[in-house]
Design a protein around this ligand. Structure first.
Ligand SMILES: C[S@@+](CC[C@H](N)C(=O)[O-])C[C@H]1O[C@@H](n2cnc3c(N)ncnc32)[C@H](O)[C@@H]1O
Length: 295
C-alpha cells in the first residue's frame, strides 16, 4: 500500500458493491444495510465521495465494462458473490457455536458491523492497516457497539499475535472464526505463514479460518489478464502470494489445518445466481474454510 493512503483496492471493492446495488439487475444481491453502510463509509472521505459521484455518471457503466475487459472479466459481480458466500459460511460457523469473529484486513466491508448488531452475544474485532481503518472508524463512529472492536495493524511491520494479545476487546478463550477476505494476495508467503501461526497460538485447536486466495495468474482456472499485475504494482498494491487450489489441502496441512470447504466461481453461481444466467464471472479467486488441528 502507498504510505499514508487508504487502500485503493478497498475503495474499488466497495465501489463495485455500490455499482451492483445501484446500477445493475443484480441489485437484490446487495442487502439494504450493506448498501446503506457502504454509502456512509464512502461519503466520509474525499476519495469515497469521488467514487460515489462516479457511480452517478452516465458513462460509468461503459467504463466498468472496458476496465473489466482489460483487467479482470466479471470482477464487479464477483465482489458481491464473494461477500455473500463469506456471510453464508460465517453464519454457518456462528450457528455451530462460534462466539468471536476476527476480520483481518477488513477494509470497508460491513459484515462485522451488521452481524454485531444482530448478535450482541458474539464478539467482533476488525483489524486493518491504520491508513485504511481511520476512514472507516470516522464514518461509523455513531454506529459503535460494545461487541465490536477496531484494532489497527500493518501485517508487514507489526506482529499480529502481540497486537491482538494486547487488545482488550479480544478474548482468547472464545471459540473463534478468523476471516481474511481479499487480502492474502498482498502478503508475502512469510507473512501468510506468520498469520496462520499467530491464529493458532492466539485461539488454539478447533479455531476456524475463512479466507480467499488467488490462483496463480497463468493458471487455467484464472481469467485475469497479465496487465493487472502491472496496474497493481503501479498503485502500490502488488500481488505477492497465490496458491493453486489443488495444492491448498497440502499447504493447509503444513499450517496444521484441515480443509472444511472450498467455494469457487461455480459454487458462487449455484448459490446466488439463477441457473442459466450467461453472465461472465470472474475466475481465479476462491474461498476456503479451514480448521486448526492439534500441533
Ligand atoms: C482489497 S482490500 C479488501 C478489503 C475487504 N477485506 C474486502 O474484501 O472488502 C485489501 C485490504 O487489505 C488491507 N491490507 C493490505 N496490506 C495490508 C497490510 N500490510 N497490513 C494490514 N492490512 C493490509 C488493506 O488495508 C485493505 O483493507
Amino acid at each position: 500500500m502507498k504510505e499514508n493512503k487508504a487502500s485503493i483496492t478497498a475503495y474499488t471493492v466497495l465501489q463495485g458493491i455500490m455499482y451492483v446495488a445501484k446500477r445493475t439487475k443484480y441489485k437484490d444481491l446487495v442487502p439494504k444495510d450493506m448498501k446503506d453502510l457502504g454509502e456512509k463509509v464512502l461519503s466520509c472521505s474525499e476519495e469515497g465521495q469521488k467514487r460515489l459521484a462516479q457511480l452517478e455518471k452516465k458513462g460509468f457503466a461503459l467504463g466498468v465494462k472496458i476496465r473489466e475487459y482489460i483487467f479482470l472479466p466479471g470482477i464487479t459481480l464477483h465482489y458481491i458473490l464473494r461477500k455473500r458466500a463469506i456471510e453464508h459460511r460465517t453464519r454457518e460457523f456462528l450457528k455451530a457455536g462460534v462466539k468471536q469473529v476476527v476480520c483481518l484486513g477488513a477494509g470497508f466491508d460491513s459484515l462485522a458491523l451488521r452481524l454485531a448488531e444482530e448478535m450482541p452475544d458474539v464478539n467482533f474485532i476488525e483489524i486493518d492497516h491504520p491508513d485504511t481503518q481511520q476512514f472507516k472508524a470516522q464514518a461509523l463512529q455513531e454506529s459503535q457497539r460494545e461487541n465490536l472492536h477496531y484494532l489497527s495493524i500493518d501485517f508487514t511491520h507489526q506482529n499480529l499475535e502481540d497486537r491482538l494479545q494486547e487488545c482488550t476487546g479480544f478474548t482468547p478463550s472464545l471459540p473463534s472464526l478468523y476471516i481474511c477476505e481479499g487480502v492474502t494476495m498482498y502478503l508475502t508467503s512469510e507473512e501468510i505463514t506468520h498469520m496462520f501461526t499467530a491464529i493458532h497460538n492466539l485461539s488454539g485447536t478447533g479455531t476456524k479460518f475463512l479466507f480467499t486466495a488467488l490462483e496463480p495468474q497463468d493458471s487455467p482456472r484464472n481469467n485475469t489478464r497479465k496487465i493487472l499485475d502491472y496496474y497493481l504494482k503501479l498503485i502500490g498494491e502488488p500481488i505477492k502470494w497465490t496458491m493453486e487450489s489443488p495444492e491448498l489441502e497440502a499447504f493447509l496441512k503444513q499450517q496444521k489445518c484441515k480443509i472444511l470447504s472450498l467455494d469457487e466461481t461455480d459454487q458462487f453461481r449455484d448459490m446466488f445466481l439463477k441457473g442459466n444466467d450467461p453472465v461472465t464471472l470472474h475466475r481465479g479467486e476462491y474461498l476456503a474454510a479451514a480448521e486448526f488441528e492439534r500441533r
